[in-house]
Ligand binder design. Structure first.
Ligand SMILES: NC(=O)c1ccc[n+]([C@@H]2O[C@H](COP(=O)([O-])OP(=O)(O)OC[C@H]3O[C@@H](n4cnc5c(N)ncnc54)[C@H](O)[C@@H]3O)[C@@H](O)[C@H]2O)c1
Ligand SMILES: O=C(O)C1=N[C@H](C(=O)O)CCC1
Length: 267
């Protein structure tokens, strides 16, 4: 049997981090070597497997950075991403970045880091979401010149705990659609007051925060007389965790560079 891929989870006590730890513990091709959290986390020292609801893994939650990981999987928060990037470059560790809500400066640093290490960066690690992104581009292309014009709105729904809005996935959907609509596309976040008539070349974004919704995106393609609604919805967080683990395996033998889930999923 080949040597298991050594992975470390950054944000390991989070909602996503626990699922990544849990699914990794069931995969003999993977070995969890570290579970990182911020240095003030109240659960530091606890076993990562216990926190994830699986067997004890003898990996304690720690703020220390491992030097033996092959790939780091990051499901942390924007305030944690700079150290993650710095440590992965220092240790020449491949990096899967799932965290959303990064600043432009942080995205720039991530791109710079990809000049020395391999990185997969995606706002959604879900197979269904990434396939839906490609479908959204195809629908846009086909309806570009529809008589009466095409109106596109993106509605995203997530759990009440989500700290950033709109979702990184919604923003990615919008960027990909705008590639087909044109450079003059306006991205309109919500609507309030006397907005005037909707213009032709805009994409509307609406963020719904309710209950424990693990993630749902509806892309509305509105025309005169009919519409298409492309809906993709997670029923658990495991679609993201499984995607991140697949990305880690895919990334393990790649050269430095910036990759996304379209590369991993060969879309
Ligand atoms: N790409 C995807 O497929 C995908 C899917 C789900 C969530 N996300 C994104 O992943 C991120 C995490 O989501 P979540 O629901 O798990 O959030 P969460 O708040 O439950 O988890 C974030 C974790 O990061 C930890 N953290 C904060 N600062 C840290 C630091 N300095 N060092 C190490 N850890 C630190 C927190 O303690 C927490 O445990 C969000 O940005 C979310 O949008 C992406
Ligand atoms: O739970 C979250 O937070 C999610 N965030 C991603 C985003 O911001 O696009 C999508 C998956 C769920």
């Amino acid at each position: 049997m080949s040597t298991p891929l050594k992975i470390a989870v950054h944000g390991a006590a989070g909602r996503m981090g626990r699922r990544v730890v849990a699914l990794a513990s069931e995969d003999s091709a993977l070995e969890l070597v570290a579970a990182m959290e911020n240095d003030q986390h109240p659960l530091l020292g606890q076993d990562a497997g216990d926190l994830a609801g699986v067997d004890t893994l003898d990996i304690a939650l720690s703020s220390k950075w491992p030097n033996d990981a092959d790939v780091v999987i990051d499901f942390s928060l924007p305030e944690a991403i700079d150290r993650c990037i710095e440590k992965c470059v220092l240790h020449e560790t491949a990096l899967v970045v799932a965290t959303t809500g990064m600043t432009d400066a942080q995205v720039e640093r991530l791109n710079e880091a990809s000049e020395s290490i391999p990185i997969v960066w995606a706002p959604s690690m879900s197979l269904a979401v990434n396939l839906s992104m490609k479908l959204a581009q195809q629908i846009t292309e086909k309806l570009l010149d529809v008589p009466g014009g095409l109106d596109i709105e993106i509605i995203e729904r997530h759990h009440r705990y989500k700290a950033d809005a709109p979702s990184g996935t919604a923003l990615k959907f919008g960027d990909l659609i705008a590639e087909k609509l044109g450079d003059d596309t306006k991205h309109v976040h919500g609507r309030e007051g006397h907005t005037g008539q909707r213009t032709r070349n805009e994409i509307g974004y609406h963020a719904v925060r309710v209950g424990d919704n693990p993630g749902e995106h509806t892309i509305v393609f509105g025309m005169l007389g009919e519409r298409i609604e492309l809906n993709v919805a997670a029923s658990s967080r495991d679609c993201y965790a499984a995607g991140a683990l697949a990305a880690a395996k895919w990334l393990s033998d790649k050269p430095e560079g910036m990759y996304d889930m379209f590369d991993v999923l060969e879309m």
